[in-house]
Ligand binder design. Structure first.
Ligand SMILES: *[C@@H]1O[C@H](CO)[C@@H](O)[C@H](O)[C@H]1NC(C)=O
Ligand SMILES: *[C@@H]1O[C@H](CO)[C@@H](O)[C@H](O)[C@H]1NC(C)=O
Ligand SMILES: *[C@@H]1O[C@H](CO)[C@@H](O)[C@H](O)[C@H]1NC(C)=O
Ligand SMILES: [Fe+2]
Length: 437
């Protein structure tokens, strides 16, 4: 009977495409608000209903809406919606659903807001899940990190570039599949990002449009989909950590070189303004590493990231800038492996994890994708503390203003390993501030 009823219903009404690809980001207007983005092409206006009582979603924000057309042959078009949930309390669990009466409503999801200065000490440790280079196919960490989110083990996720392989594959549908695959994570935990080389298609339209909910920085960028807020480089706080996203692709794509200077100036002004009492930790992240040891990427291209691009741009060198303002970490992906380094500056290291005198560099680009592993072709450099080509993800756990625990979790089906911590270290910094040259 039930099956028959369902069939006859399907004959009269077209299947309702509910809101999909639901994902959160924090910090649009303040460190404590949450911005949700989703796709529903059946309606031109939608909303988010939210509240701290799961049975009373009494607050509502309407979405801003934009069309996003993939650049492939089909010119596949979808409608994205973005709404800010603001005036939230810090360190508080909220419930929300997105949609509209006309297009239907999503399930109810929950999230927890970031702490403020009054709740910070009771919120420790702050727990971040970090990885790069995750495909829709062969996403080896997906099950483990979904479990982490279900167990409330992450306060924020940071995906350092290269999504889906690629967002634009299959006329953009592969990108939708990826965003739906990460929805169980990203609908519950802010999913913060930076742009990788696999997002270059159509003048970088997919990253720009799919992550319009990032906090963004001044100005706009223009892709094949038109003008959009600048989410290529931006910053936000989480508790006592200041995060800065950079777009390493502007160094490599000639028609985007105008952004080399703009980005440099943004990062400099941003780092200069950080209050190291409030946010002693600075984490800068971009897709391509400044240092690695696996292949030719680690020679000329890595040098370009350090120096700010071709010779023309040398004065916009990022390594020097990070050192000048004492960025504690530079996190990258791109290489499909994990390489944790000590402090590194100008190729030199003191191999120090306690009060390191320069930025610590870590490559964590091994979430799994169709391009598979990238083994190490060069000998282990002095600057490298641990490296592996096994699939996995990183956990960064902030205990307070001086102590961070860092772990690498292996989830590699080739080794039949799920959730094994293969590397761990304490980073201690008691003197946050500019590093010496
Ligand atoms: C729902 O929440 C609103 C605002 O917080 C409140 O005014 C209203 O009384 C609540 N309704 C119920 C049924 O609890
Ligand atoms: C820096 O942050 C601390 C702690 O939040 C605050 O007391 C101080 O006033 C801030 N300094 C400036 C210059 O804003
Ligand atoms: C910071 O956390 C570490 C690790 O839990 C602890 O050993 C240290 O005493 C803490 N420092 C302060 C100032 O609370
Ligand atoms: Fe890459």
């Amino acid at each position: 009977m039930f099956a028959l009823a369902a069939i006859s219903l399907a004959l009269v009404a077209p299947a309702l495409a509910l809101p999909e690809q639901i994902h959160l980001a924090l910090g649009k207007n303040s460190p404590y608000d949450m911005t949700v983005q989703f796709s529903d092409s059946s309606v031109s206006s939608a909303a988010v209903r939210f509240g701290s009582d799961s049975s009373n979603l009494s607050q509502e924000s309407v979405t801003t809406t934009h069309d996003f057309t993939d650049g492939g042959d089909d010119k596949y078009k979808q409608t994205h919606h973005i709404a800010v949930m603001d005036e939230l309390k810090p360190s508080t669990i909220y419930y929300y659903q997105v949609g509209s009466d006309e297009g239907g409503w999503s399930d109810v999801f929950d999230f927890k807001t970031a702490p403020d200065s009054t709740t910070l000490s009771s919120s420790y440790p702050l727990k971040f899940g970090i990885w790069g280079d995750m495909g829709f196919a062969n996403s080896q960490i997906l099950k483990a990190v979904t479990d982490e989110v279900e167990n409330k083990n992450f306060d924020m996720i940071l995906h350092v570039g290269d999504f889906a392989y690629d967002f634009n594959s299959n006329n953009g549908h592969n990108g939708d599949d990826f965003m739906n695959a990460i929805q169980p994570l990203a609908a519950h935990v802010p999913y913060m990002v930076d742009m990788g080389n696999h997002e270059q298609a159509y003048r970088m339209s997919h990253y720009t449009e799919r992550f319009r909910n990032m906090p963004g920085s001044e100005g706009t960028v223009t892709t094949d989909n038109g003008e959009a807020p600048n989410n290529w480089f931006y910053s936000h706080d989480f508790g006592n950590v200041h995060f800065v996203a950079i777009n390493t692709e502007v160094l490599f794509v000639e028609e985007r070189h105008e952004y080399v200077k703009k980005q440099y100036e943004f990062v400099e002004a941003d780092l200069k303004a950080v209050n190291r009492t409030k946010t002693p930790w600075i984490v800068v992240h971009g897709h391509r590493p400044m240092y690695c040891s696996c292949d030719a990427d680690c020679t000329f291209p890595a040098r370009m990231v350090r120096n700010g691009g071709y010779a023309l741009h040398r004065k916009y060198g990022l390594e020097k800038l990070l050192n000048k303002y004492g960025a504690d970490f530079y996190l990258a992906g791109h290489e499909h492996n994990y390489e944790r380094m000590y402090d590194v500056y100008d190729g030199k290291t003191t191999q120090t994890n306690v009060n390191p005198p320069h930025t610590v560099h870590i490559v964590t680009g091994d979430a799994g994708g169709p391009e598979e592993h990238e083994p190490f072709k060069f000998p282990n450099p002095k600057r490298t503390a641990f490296r592996t080509a096994a699939y996995g993800y990183s956990r960064m756990t902030i205990y307070n203003d001086t102590h961070i625990h860092w772990e690498q979790v292996e989830t590699d089906t080739d080794d039949n390993v799920q959730g094994l911590v293969i590397d761990e270290v304490w980073f201690v910094q008691e003197n946050h501030g500019p590093f010496e040259v």
